[in-house]
Design a protein around this ligand. Structure first.
Ligand SMILES: [Zn+2]
Length: 95
């Protein structure tokens, strides 16, 4: 009964607080299940980069309901997440 998330809710706003250290970067995210919104530190997010943008997504666990949320990550989001120190997993090898 899981696995299908409503990706239309997808939105990531990144609050760069000036040019402070990476530790100060938080990512605002919302949960499609309980509809709460919250701020996540870089360590709470994972980014998986696939061969195409369609297989590139980020994931996190909702701090409110515990749902594992997975959402597609566009080019800009990938930039924001990697720039913010989010752990990145490459799903394919280009070697
Ligand atoms: Zn939730």
């Amino acid at each position: 009964m899981s696995g299908v998330q409503d990706v239309r809710e997808m939105s990531v706003a990144v609050a760069f607080d000036g040019m402070k250290s990476v530790a100060d970067v938080v990512f605002r995210a919302g949960c499609p299940e309980c509809r709460s919104s919250f701020e996540l530190s870089a360590g709470a997010l994972r980014l998986a980069i696939g061969a195409t943008s369609k297989t590139t997504f980020y994931s996190f666990t909702c701090p409110e309901c515990g749902l594992a949320v997975r959402k597609p990550a566009g080019e800009r989001i990938v930039e924001l997440l990697t720039g913010g120190g989010v752990r990145t997993l490459r799903l394919h090898s280009t070697v």
